[in-house]
Design a binder for this molecule. Structure first.
Ligand SMILES: Cc1ncc(COP(=O)(O)O)c(C=O)c1O
Length: 390
């Protein structure tokens, strides 16, 4: 085992009550598969986070916490060090989770039957939060162009014109296709939203997981959109702590902020977990080195999948510019989506089915999570080859 604590340490998660390893049965009908599905990592929580939690544990009282200024200061610090963007503490609202914040934003800024736009393929809850809130779900699918997956700007404008939606639910970087949107693309989206008075709810939860030379551009850096923007993010993907229920919303528009904050309080979503608060501070104060080495590790794993995709014509893949998720098309195998799914299980593999990202529609795409030790990635790719390359 590597003893350098600034380097990600692989951790055997089976029988640790983890969703990825121990919670497969309902989704895959089996619990003996090797999982490469849900978006968390197989690396231990870094020591500086464990130490911060341990210090809090020593209080021996885990009653309601208070969110003090250190929370706001460290979120601001992270935005200035990572993205060179100055944010004001008064824009920040602590929240339990990003999906809960999406739902809160939809309830706060639209009414029943109003339209909300999503751009599939996209993280499943983008669909479910709109439907649960009884808003009209309008899809503007991503298209494939010279940069890989791209935003269909003509389609978006056409929808803005004809449907007059209240909200665009935006994913940046985009899960599952791994695009890190360029400044030009973000600006175009922002200007369209301003032109048609559409509020952008920008889910930037994957914003730290970006491979050089790409850089994440936060929508907060685009002045024109500041008044129309609800930005949602968290340290949970970056530092592998989604079980700690900690996130935040950033809302520069004072009126919007107040409205969101009142609803979040009424829904009891704005008081994060006591250990999550400690973890966020530790991550944002001291997590830079660990993040850099984790990105290097993930980059090497991504290369393994890149080579696999390039060498094997039965798969087609989109190398992610960000996230640790690889969006792979198995259409060229000639099998139907359910046959592909069956065969992957038969090979002992649990990948995320692409239907989750298309609102339940069948597809030959599957998402492969490569945030694990290199040997597991190699093993999984070997199993895929043995299964489909005959
Ligand atoms: C794009 C995106 N948004 C939100 C979430 C979930 O965030 P939370 O656990 O804070 O609700 C995920 C988790 O995979 C995600 O990929």
């Amino acid at each position: 085992m590597n003893t350098d604590t600034s380097i990600p340490q692989y951790c055997d998660r089976r029988n640790t009550k983890s969703l990825k390893f121990d919670g497969m049965l309902p989704l895959f009908g089996r619990d003996d598969l090797e999982p490469f599905w849900v978006a968390d990592m197989d690396f231990c929580t870094p020591d500086f986070v464990v130490d911060a939690i341990q210090a809090r544990l020593s209080h021996k009282v885990f009653a309601y916490p208070v969110v003090d200024n250190s929370f706001f200061d460290t979120v601001s610090l992270w935005f200035s060090k990572r993205f060179e963007v100055d944010i004001k503490n008064e824009w920040i609202i602590p929240m339990t989770g990003v999906a809960a914040s999406m739902f809160t934003a939809i309830l706060a800024f639209s009414d029943e039957n109003d339209s909300v736009v999503v751009q599939p393929p996209v993280y499943g809850p983008f669909f479910s939060v709109v439907k649960s809130a009884k808003r009209e779900l309008v899809e503007n699918p991503l298209i494939i162009g010279s940069r890989g997956y791209e935003i269909d700007f003509d389609g978006l404008e056409e929808i803005f014109c004809s449907k007059r939606p209240k909200i665009l639910l935006f994913c940046s970087p985009h899960n599952p296709v791994g695009r890190v949107w360029g400044e030009d693309e973000l600006k175009r989206v922002a200007l369209l939203c301003v032109k048609y008075g559409v509020l952008i709810v920008s889910d930037e939860i994957h914003f730290d997981l970006v491979f050089a030379p790409k850089k994440h551009n936060t929508l907060l850096g685009i002045d024109e959109i500041k008044n129309n923007l609800i930005l949602l993010s968290a340290p949970t993907k970056t530092f592998n702590i989604p079980g700690l229920n900690i996130s935040y919303a950033l809302i520069p528009n004072r009126v919007h902020k107040k409205r969101f904050e009142i609803l979040a309080k009424n829904l009891h979503q704005s008081l994060p977990n006591i250990f999550g608060l400690e973890a966020l501070r530790a991550c944002y104060e001291g997590g830079d080195a660990w993040l850099e080495s984790t990105l290097e590790y993930l980059f090497e794993n991504r290369k393994l999948v890149d080579v696999f995709v390039a060498d094997n014509c039965f798969v087609n893949g989109f190398s992610p510019e960000g996230t640790y998720l690889y969006w792979i098309d198995f259409a060229q195998t000639g099998f139907t989506p359910s046959e592909i799914s069956e065969k992957l299980r038969g090979a002992g593999l649990a990948l995320s089915g692409g239907d989750f990202f298309f609102g339940g529609r069948e597809t030959s795409f599957f998402r492969f999570n490569f945030a694990t030790k290199k040997e597991r990635v190699e093993w999984a790719l070997k199993r895929v080859k043995e299964t489909f390359d005959f």
